[in-house]
Design a protein around this ligand. Structure first.
Ligand code: IDC
Length: 485
């Protein structure tokens, strides 16, 4: 007797805990059954469940990796579904128990959409609800709405699905079924140049701010999505510059074909990571010891021709065609720019292009008298290293700005021009004020742990993402504060 009442209490508790929605009898009377099973991390395929039962797990931190769904019991009613997979994105629709997702690849599902099909589809609704890492159960999505998250890199852990006669009242439909993180690119879209300003898709003044990589040949490990995400979410950065040296050791123009391919692969990783994160990126043709950009003009034309074709649909990509011309006149640089810009324009008519200026991208004041032939969406590079470059260079910037030259600080640091030595916080502050005054876009040098003061990560730290403040160098901390604003 005692045992029976204990069981009864148990059953009553379970009944009380059952979701009140939707009424089971309605589902039963309609004769429709939706059945589904999921493939989850460490366990593989679970057994099939139906009509609102939980598939997956909660409280165990296991990702859903794949799902199969079908409906039965009603002639003329079918179902299709698609999932958003980590690193891959949305898949095509699958039907009738086909697998949506992946197995054996350790990739999480992040979101799902489910739609009824067939000539009976108008008489039924499909509702679905997912359990998401860090959030728990979201609200119900209905008839093709997205359920899950986007842009947050969170796993689905469990799902419940109902198919009910049209109009059945469901509770829990007023809470949010999906969480979409809005990225810089989603908010600001394609950029353009207006006067001296960079403006966003709505025509509002916009500032790009972020970090330049060190040489891609030497520190490729920092070109990874987690690193960029750390900078986006922890710093508020929206820009990554990919520095592709041309002349230096293992540079693009001095190494062999394998080296070139390797560099292009790193660029591709970087472009795609920024694209996935909704950040902007600069593909930088990093001339340095080859002071005259015309030395590698042929290679540059080939490179930018292929890059601008490959990334023509990536509205987040900016082309910087010559990092720091030096020991060369503006006329020489301009003739190079006038040869390269049309090549990019043929593929990417509106991408932002940054043109370097003589004396390691300091002589922006020489541009106004003789700008490039096609100035559409072109900006000019001003670089500074605060401990070396003081008022004299700041005045060049002011002169150029007053002459309506659009300026982009595509590289700078606060130590001396060697990339090492002492930090000059006073000069850095003066540059910071100028950046604020003119709303200038910038990328700080450099994302690596090299033992030099411009490296933003301490040389004792080997982590390639998720750095804490104590793992940042003095330069890194200063830059983080600047970017955070
Ligand atoms: C420096 C790096 C250094 C590397 C060197 C290669 O910090 O580790 O060995 O290049 O020659 C620039 C250049 C940038 C320099 C940086 C610091 O654009 O490539 O990086 N700098 O010297 N212009 C002014 C300073």
């Amino acid at each position: 007797m005692k045992k029976i009442s204990a069981i009864l209490v148990g059953i009553m508790l379970v009944v009380a805990m059952l979701p009140l929605y939707p009424n089971k009898d309605i589902v039963k009377a309609s004769g429709v059954t939706v059945s589904y099973n999921t493939h989850i991390q460490d366990y593989g395929w679970l057994s099939t469940v139906s009509n609102g039962q939980l598939s997956g797990s909660t409280g165990q931190s296991k990702r859903l990796e794949a799902i199969q769904i079908k409906v039965s019991g009603v002639e003329g009613l079918g179902i299709k579904y698609k999932t958003h997979i980590q690193n891959i994105g949305w898949q095509d629709y699958k039907t009738d128990n086909q697998v949506s997702g992946t197995t054996g690849r350790s990739l999480r599902l992040e979101a799902i959409q489910i739609v009824l099909t067939g000539n009976q589809a108008d008489n039924y609704d499909v509702y679905y609800q997912v359990h998401v890492q860090n959030y728990g159960w979201l609200g119900f999505a209905k008839n093709g709405e997205m359920s899950g998250t986007s842009g947050l890199s969170l796993r689905l852990e469990a799902i419940k699905i109902y198919v009910v006669p049209k109009g059945t009242v469901i509770q829990g439909t007023n809470t949010t079924a999906s969480i979409v993180a809005t990225t810089p690119y989603e908010r600001h879209g394609r950029l353009s140049v207006k006067g001296t300003d960079l403006v966003d898709q709505s025509g509002n003044r916009f500032q790009l701010k972020g970090v330049s990589t060190h040489g891609l040949a030497w520190f490729p490990q920092y070109v990874n999505q987690d690193a960029f995400k750390t900078l986006r979410d922890g710093w508020g950065a929206n820009l990554i510059r990919l520095a592709n040296y041309t002349q230096e050791y293992n540079g693009y123009c001095t190494g062999d074909n394998n080296n070139r391919q390797r560099l292009e692969n790193v660029i591709d990783t970087g472009v795609k990571a920024t694209y996935n994160l909704g950040m902007y990126c600069i593909i930088d043709w990093h001339i340095l010891s080859d002071g005259n950009p015309n030395i590698h003009r042929g290679e540059a034309i080939d490179f930018f021709n292929r890059m601008s074709a490959k990334y023509k649909n990536y509205g987040n990509v900016i082309y910087e065609i010559c990092n720091e011309p030096n020991n060369v006149s503006w006329n020489e640089v301009k003739s190079y720019a006038d040869a390269v810009i049309p090549v990019i324009r043929a593929n990417s008519p509106n991408a932002i292009i940054i043109v370097g200026t003589p004396t390691w991208s300091q002589d922006v004041d020489q541009v106004a008298a003789n700008p490039v032939n096609n100035p559409h969406n072109v900006m000019y590079a001003m670089h500074f290293y605060a401990a070396t470059h003081g008022d004299y260079i700041r005045n060049k910037l002011i002169t150029a700005h007053n002459a309506n030259t659009p300026i982009f600080i595509s590289e700078f640091s606060i130590c001396d021009a060697s990339g090492n030595g002492n930090i000059d916080y006073g000069s850095a502050e003066a540059w910071k004020n100028l950046i604020k005054q003119y709303n200038l876009s910038y990328a700080g040098w450099s994302l690596c742990n090299k033992n030099e003061s411009s490296a933003i990560i301490k040389s004792s730290v080997s982590k390639t993402s998720n750095w804490t403040d104590s793992e940042l160098s003095s330069t890194g901390l200063w830059l983080k504060h600047l970017v955070k604003g």
